[in-house]
Design a protein around this ligand. Structure first.
Ligand code: UDX
Length: 438
């Protein structure tokens, strides 16, 4: 099938490349010329394992191309995906849907014939219906434009696999006379042949599925982090506790990783936008608990700063190394990164903070130019009075405590992700503090 994918950030670029990988002819569209020229030459503008190979292979095969030209997009296909961002509005919790609206405004007046637009962006419930009205008002006579919603559940770091082999496909349609389901069955024929669950719902349900999934994941992380606060006070071990409750398959061990908490471009903004939307709908009490989920999450960052102060006394002039800048491993994304937030707070408190991350250095430098950035892990450790493991990259998990001990000034470490083996580090003479492990 031929299709366009409008918006070529993490979501759109991955979707475009993976749809081509599934055998479709895809045109990626973005207003950002530099992004389009990088993608056209086979370069992925962010770190995502496996994506460069998929991009390159499909450009070479002639199935994938990119453009900034909406007129070309309108001629290219009758099926379009929207994957533009819906960031948090400035000064509010609500999502900013202006980029999604702009796609409709730019694309729809140029369309001729019968088109289906599949929204993939995470949007407040009610957006798809509003976009349908907008599209109806803008479309030419004798042209039909149907809006459907097909939320995306990909995780950064596993984006290719999550797109090509999704664990479920959700499609919201307007119901009567909808063409979207038949088209989606063709687009996703390969994953559907593998018996991937396919759930067809109305537009509102599909929109809510996405925000509910992210709200649940955020709640699960904050649940274990709240329990970890209690563990710390009484000397219990939250990692053993998580293992124990995780064996109950109604609970499950995934997303019970206690530590510095969640960040990134989705979870924090999505729970806030969900609360804001519930408020607009008169259901603010229903989601009031998400405020607590957010607060627990933010307290984890403060707790690490407090631990540093507990260990070092005054932070002024103290040499602290923060390992990690990305919001999670296998990503160079620093949006709302707990690691960078901790590094920033320590720096503002007067510490001499040195940061190292295997992939996110350039992005981190742009957000926090005043921090000191190390050139390697060894360089980062050299002379440190305190080391904080803030993002659990494999390279950090595999650090040799004896070798690291020779580089630092003081063998003092805060494991902000509960991933190091306490005994091994203690045996090498380190004093180890962790979140929720006494
Ligand atoms: C998330 C959802 O998982 C995905 O389905 C959705 O499409 C987008 O948002 P992503 O932001 O890529 O994906 O990251 P995810 O792997 O979910 O991790 C989110 C954050 O939670 C990270 O900061 C991670 O470090 C943190 N986390 C995760 C924990 O603190 N503990 C855990 O046990 C798991």
């Amino acid at each position: 099938m031929r299709m366009t994918v409008i918006g070529t950030g993490y979501l759109g670029a991955t979707h475009a490349a993976c749809m081509a990988e599934l055998g479709h002819e895809v045109l990626g569209v973005d207003v950002d010329e530099s992004k389009i020229s990088r993608l056209s030459s086979g370069e992925v503008p962010f770190f995502e394992p496996g994506l460069p190979e998929v991009l390159e292979r499909n450009i070479q095969a002639g199935r994938l191309d990119f453009t900034t030209d909406y007129a070309r997009a309108a001629d290219f296909a009758t099926v379009h995906f929207i994957g533009v961002g819906t960031p948090q509005q400035r000064g509010s919790y609500a999502a900013d849907t202006r980029y999604v609206e702009a796609v409709i405004d730019d694309l729809v007046p140029q369309l001729t014939g019968d088109h289906v637009i599949f929204g993939k962006s995470t949007v407040p419930v009610g957006t798809a219906a509003a976009l349908q009205e907008r599209a109806d008002a803008l479309s030419k006579p004798d042209t039909t434009v149907e809006i459907a919603w097909n939320p995306e559940f990909l995780r950064e770091g596993y984006a290719v696999k999550d797109t090509i082999e999704p664990d479920r496909i959700v499609l919201g349609t307007c119901g009567v006379d909808s063409r979207a389901e038949a088209i989606a069955r063709e687009i996703y024929a390969i994953p559907l042949a593998r018996e991937t669950p396919f759930l067809v719902t109305n537009l509102q349900t599909a929109e809510l599925v996405k925000v509910s999934a992210n709200a649940f994941l955020a709640t699960k992380i904050s649940f274990i982090n709240a329990v970890s606060e209690v563990c710390e006070i009484v000397g219990a071990d939250v990692t053993q506790l998580a293992d124990a409750i995780g064996h109950d398959d109604r609970i499950g061990r995934k997303f019970l990783g206690a530590g510095l908490g969640f960040g990134g471009g989705c979870l924090p903004k999505d729970i806030r936008a969900f609360m804001a939307r519930a408020g607009e709908l008169g259901a603010d009490q229903a989601l009031a608990f998400l405020r607590e989920v957010d607060a627990i999450n933010m307290r984890r960052r403060q707790r690490v700063v407090d631990l540093a102060r507990e260990e070092l006394g005054s932070l002024i002039g103290r040499r602290i190394t923060v390992l990690g800048a990305a919001f999670k491993p296998n990503s160079d994304d620093v949006r709302d990164s707990p690691a960078l937030a901790v590094a920033g707070q320590l720096s503002l408190a007067g510490a001499a903070v040195r940061v190292y991350d295997p992939e996110a250095m350039d992005n981190a430098r742009r957000v926090f130019p005043t921090l000191d950035y190390a050139t390697s892990l060894d360089d980062a450790l050299t002379g440190a009075e305190l080391v904080i493991l803030a993002t659990e990259w494999q390279q950090f998990r595999e650090m040799d405590p004896a070798h690291a001990g020779e580089l630092v000034q003081d063998r003092l470490l805060i494991d902000g992700r509960n991933v190091l083996t306490t005994e091994a580090w203690q045996a090498a003479g380190w004093r180890l503090r962790a979140l929720g492990r006494g």
